[in-house]
Design a protein around this ligand. Sequence first.
Ligand code: ZN
Length: 123
Amino acid sequence: MHEFSLASAIVEQVKEIIEEHKAIRVKKISISAGPYELIIPDLLQDSFKIITDELEKFRESVLELIRKPARITCLECDYNGEPDSEGDEEFAFNFKCPECGSRDTHIDRSYLTIESVDLELPS
Ligand SMILES: [Zn+2]
């Protein structure tokens, strides 16, 4: 289960952040993912709940998933960023470079990242 391993990777990373800041608990975790990260949000949420169920520091924490637009790298001019809106999302190879118009582009498929972690810190 893809979502389960993703959720546990997120929890592991957040545990380190909690440790680092000596936080009492985590209130909210925001993660971002591109459209080609094939995540089923409900499954990710369920996995997150299962994993954090027994963890005191994750009690009532919220996991927020932010969808990011696709990113491409142009093989012609080295442009890196969002593709031309003309790109057909059904076909990753069809994205057009907004800089030079080339369709010789690469889609950056995986960039799931932790955007922010909202901690409750000791006063
Ligand atoms: Zn280009």
